[in-house]
Design a protein around this ligand. Structure first.
Ligand SMILES: [Zn+2]
Length: 268
């Protein structure tokens, strides 16, 4: 069994309802049995939630992408539970994972994310990104949830921030930094590292198998031999195949270990 630990399959910007259904069928055919749909803002997260609740083997996360930082509507006055019409629900702070899972709408919520820091594009708002990131980390701690990190060209700020949240577990999604930074992640944290299609056509350093989560980041970053086309969860099989060659391990080992890693982090 394989798992796509990071996909945007629910997002109608990228996949129509019919396309998404077809993608799920092709994923199952390729041995990809579970898919995690990643939220990038409060509205998108709720779309991911509704999509997950309609499809077996699909899970969702609640996130606000760093590029959304500083936008008025995304200030965390809208809490993770604010759209649920259940007036009796306890506040997020007092709601543990077990209580939450009894509430249907949240039963497939597996993480907070994607959240983090992205200094790639000119004009980014560093202060607002850090503030939002810290708020989201606190939300993860309060709700006993792991975190999907989106960190681009910002690891110098990332490490000191996460030091203040020692209980947080997570995955550094779509890792694109140096060998030195990878070493720090592996040695100084317990975080997993997301490996996707980028790895199949670049010279990125490869983490050890026991720290890898396979992800597509669909519709982006299609792996070889699909480079340039729309990425989809089925292509996890191609990333896994690439990894078996890179690590010289049987496919069975790669599939089992990376799926165990996802289960360990996301409890699915
Ligand atoms: Zn993503």
């Amino acid at each position: 069994m394989l798992i796509d630990s990071h996909s945007h399959l629910h997002d109608p910007q990228f996949f129509s309802a019919e396309e998404a259904e077809a993608c799920i069928k092709r994923a199952h055919k390729a041995g990809v049995e579970k898919i995690v749909c990643i939220g990038t803002d409060p509205q998108d997260s709720l779309v991911a939630r509704d999509f997950a609740n309609k499809h077996d083997g699909v899970y969702w996360t609640y996130g606000i992408h760093p590029e959304e930082a500083g936008r008025e509507e995304n200030v965390l006055s809208r809490s993770i539970f604010s759209d649920v019409e259940n007036t009796e629900r306890p506040s997020p702070v007092t709601t543990g994972a077990r209580e939450r899972s009894e509430k249907g709408l949240f039963s497939r919520l597996v993480a907070i994310g994607e959240v983090g820091l992205d200094y790639h594009y000119e004009g980014y708002n560093r202060d607002a990104q850090i503030k939002l990131f810290e708020q989201m980390l606190q939300l993860a701690v309060d709700n006993d949830l792991p975190v999907s990190f989106h960190i681009r060209e910002a690891f110098a700020d990332f490490f000191p921030i996460i030091e203040n949240f020692p209980k947080v577990r997570g995955v550094v999604h779509s890792f694109t930094d140096s060998k030195k930074v990878l070493k720090r992640i592996l040695n100084e944290t317990d975080f997993y590292v997301g490996v996707n299609g980028l790895a199949t056509y670049s010279t990125l350093p490869t983490p050890p198998l026991e720290r890898i989560l396979l992800e597509t980041d669909a519709p982006f970053l299609a792996p070889i031999p699909h480079r340039g086309s729309t990425n989809e969860p089925a292509y996890i099989a191609d990333i896994a195949k690439w990894l078996t060659e890179k690590l010289e391990l049987p496919l069975e080992t790669v599939a089992t270990t990376t799926s165990e890693n996802v289960k360990n982090l996301y409890n699915i």
